[in-house]
Design a protein around this ligand. Structure first.
Ligand code: SF4
Length: 423
């Protein structure tokens, strides 16, 4: 979550400084451009308005496990190996349309479609690429709602590409953190598991590269949609074959959910958006903190570490003049020492969003904050700015296209001329 461009990307520390962002808006239709995002050309959006579909009625193959797909095949009178083929077509070949399942008999394809089955991939409505290679996608769901997904390519120290997908778990977010563009845009609905998984596949398609890391730090609070998030996590791990340790689930803190997540004993990282070293200040930044005292969060995080042996990452957005003083760092160090080890602090210098009351901290304030933590033996990293961050905080792009989270039938996305994209 942390709607962020802010929190996303735990690329801190080791990254080269991002070059100045020169982003462009790329319009894409159902099929994403096959060109490199850097070289894609501006084209006109001509996405037809889909008819309203009852989400509950639609039968979606994406998100199903191999045994479930075998059962689908058996239900249609096919042999179970057809289910294996379905699995291969969806997750390896990444075919988007049942009619393109060329390994399967035409009659089976027709029957699947006639029974209302579909793969469950949505069109990429628009994408924005930054000069540093980061790409933000707007994906248009079957009910016309838009969600954001970000792909962040970073060469690692072995010269290989690490491709991180920062994915959304909800359309909008109900929590309204004060610095967050997503929160300001309101909330529409939870995403279904396949709508979470498809974001990763969309990033793979546009980059023509496997996603190596997934962070649930896009739009929404994952813990408010835990069932779908866990289903998507299973699918990303087992079917898309992304290691659990390469997946990070982020939360601003929802009572009783960290414990619940710990009970699943995932080998994934829990990232908790702290943003303040004390309850009083935290409540001014994260209004939902009122219902979840800091002490209770810290205890739940400690338990998460004890149950999973996975270090918890504390995200701390540095807001100039609000929470970025050395005294705040000292207070944060004291708080963390109370809870012993098993954590890491990720500092995120805030990038102002349109209409934001907050300012970016000075570099020397960031350095002093990090040094104050390090001198107190707190493991800390500082996230480097990526090109898109300065221009399109998470939620900002979607908010420009879709002001109201509660769409009506006539409330289709606006034409390009109606929209001024800031990036
Ligand atoms: S408003 Fe929602 S999406 Fe934004 S930072 Fe808060 S929890 Fe995350």
């Amino acid at each position: 979550m942390i709607a962020t461009s802010m929190a996303l990307i735990q690329l801190a520390g080791s990254l080269p400084l991002a070059r100045a962002a020169r982003t462009r808006t790329l319009a894409v239709n159902t099929i994403v451009s096959t060109q490199s995002p850097r070289h894609a050309k501006l084209s006109t959006v001509a996405t037809p308005s889909p008819s309203r579909v009852s989400l509950a009625d639609s039968r979606v193959l994406l998100g199903l496990s191999e045994p479930e797909l075998q059962q689908v095949a058996l239900d249609f009178g096919q042999q179970s190996y057809r289910g294996k083929q379905l699995h291969h077509l969806i997750y390896q070949r990444k075919v988007k349309d049942i009619q393109d399942f060329s390994q399967l008999p035409q009659a089976f394809r027709n029957e699947l479609q006639a029974a209302g089955w579909r793969v469950g991939r949505s069109p990429v409505y628009r994408s924005v690429a930054a000069a540093d290679g980061t790409v933000k996608l707007l994906i248009k769901l079957e009910d016309n709602r838009l969600i954001e997904t970000v792909g962040i390519p970073v060469p690692d120290d072995k010269g290989l590409l690490r491709l991180t997908a920062c994915i959304s778990s909800q359309v909008g977010c109900p929590l309204r953190c004060s610095f967050c563009a997503t929160g300001k845009g309101g909330f529409s609905r939870n995403l279904r598991a396949h709508e979470i998984v498809e974001q990763v596949l969309a990033i793979e398609e546009i980059f023509k590269h496997r996603v190596t890391n997934v962070v649930f730090m896009g739009m929404g609070e994952p813990m408010l949609n835990m069932k779908a998030v866990l289903e998507a996590h299973r699918c990303l791990n087992k079917d898309v074959q992304i290691g659990q340790r390469m997946i990070t689930i982020s939360t601003v803190g929802v009572p009783n959910t960290i414990k619940k997540l710990a009970s699943h004993k995932l080998q994934s990282t829990l990232a908790v958006s702290l943003h303040a070293p004390n309850q009083k200040l935290r409540e001014t930044i994260v209004p939902s903190a009122k219902s979840y005292p800091l002490e209770a969060i810290m205890k739940d995080c400690r338990d998460y570490f004890l149950v999973t042996s996975r270090r918890v990452s504390f995200e701390y957005a540095l807001l100039a003049g609000v929470n970025d003083a050395v005294d705040h760092a000292k207070e944060l160090a004291e708080l963390l020492h109370e809870w012993e080890g098993g954590y890491h602090v990720n500092l995120i210098p805030f990038n102002p969003i349109e209409g934001s009351e907050y300012q970016r901290p000075y570099k020397k304030a960031v350095t002093a904050f990090a040094a104050a933590l390090e001198s107190r033996k707190i493991t800390v990293s500082t996230r480097q700015t990526r090109g898109l961050d300065a221009n399109a905080a998470c939620g900002q792009l979607r908010n420009k296209f879709q002001k109201s989270p509660l769409l009506t039938d006539s409330d289709d996305v606006p034409s390009e001329s109606d929209v001024a994209v800031a990036c």
